[in-house]
Design a protein around this ligand. Structure first.
Ligand SMILES: [Zn+2]
Length: 311
């Protein structure tokens, strides 16, 4: 199926957060089963079994929790750590000291650029304090990123952002981000743009959109994502991307989900142990099929060089 000249990189980008509840609100009291049990014993084990390389995008509360940091620092296997921002939970203008029972009320790009920059700087410094190196991959909470966010990330040394969801416009909670015209494959955004390609590949951060496929007569696309797509749909999305972008030398298929989705009742998705098993089985079956199709698994930041060379 794969075009012989195409190189296909498959990334799995995971928003890695405290447990939530079925209404998508942070657990009260706050718990971290998705980190203590989910990441090492359910996710990383599954990825290692087929050689996939996940990128765990870490939130503030995870990096503030000593046991989570210890678990992540001791994690064995092949993976990348990056960051994920829910802007109300970090200075300046931090809105909550206790995150239990709290929703995510903010798009980061709705803050003034200077405030958003300092939030990202504090998040990145927190990451450095936990792991001893600088993060280079990122996703905005609720996908609430704009061109100013990319400028800030770039200044902070990030190489790859994955906040863009093509074909989708998000209108809550405190603003709007419109990715309906965004490219489906990684690109270097033009100056002061987020969905318009054309940026200088030696200067600009790489935007690696979440992989989706538009649907006829449906407003929302289908995501390359366990629970949202069946294994058959994942195969179709993969084939759609390869066919649609057959002129490109380098292709990225970017699966996204949250760490909480593999803990029962810690998200609106799997609610029972059987649900969790189905999620993991579908994820592995989908990824294994992609592997047979010849993909190379890699962390998000490893996309930067091949896409820079191809640009
Ligand atoms: Zn999030």
């Amino acid at each position: 199926m794969a075009n012989q000249v195409q190189k296909i990189y498959l990334t799995v980008s995971i928003d890695t957060e405290c447990d939530h509840d079925p209404q998508w609100v942070r657990a009260n009291p706050i718990t971290f089963e998705s980190i203590y049990e989910g990441v090492p014993n359910r996710l990383q084990t599954a990825f290692d079994s087929i050689g996939a390389v996940p990128t765990y995008l870490l939130t503030v509360e995870v990096m503030e929790d000593a046991q989570s940091v210890k678990t992540l620092r001791e994690l064995k296997g092949n993976y990348e750590f990056g960051t994920h921002l829910h802007a109300a939970f970090i200075e300046p203008d931090k809105k909550f000291q206790d995150y239990a029972g709290i929703d995510s009320p903010d798009f980061q790009s709705s803050y003034p650029e200077e405030i958003e920059y300092r939030k990202l700087e504090n998040l990145s410094n927190l990451f450095f304090d936990c792991f001893g190196y600088r993060p280079t991959s990122f996703r905005a909470g609720r996908y609430g990123a704009a061109s100013q966010s990319l400028n800030s990330l770039q200044k902070l040394g990030y190489k790859v952002d994955t906040s863009v969801t093509p074909h989708i416009r998000w209108t809550e909670p405190n603003g709007m981000v419109d990715f309906r015209k965004a490219p489906e494959q990684p690109y270097f955004p033009a100056v002061d743009e987020i969905v318009v390609p054309g940026g200088n590949p030696t200067e600009r951060i790489l935007e690696a959109p979440v992989t989706v496929m538009p649907r006829l007569l449906r407003r929302n696309p289908v995501w390359f994502r366990p629970w949202f797509a069946s294994v058959d749909q994942m195969k179709k999305i993969f084939q759609y991307q390869l066919k649609k972008h057959a002129d490109k030398e380098v292709i990225n298929i970017n699966m996204m989900f949250h760490s909480m989705e593999i803990i029962e009742k810690a998200s609106p998705y799997p609610q029972t142990a059987e649900d969790v098993q189905r999620f993991l089985d579908d994820m592995l079956e989908g990824l294994s099929w992609c592997k047979q199709e010849g993909v190379e698994f890699c962390g998000l930041s490893s996309l930067y060089e091949p896409f820079q060379q191809a640009a």
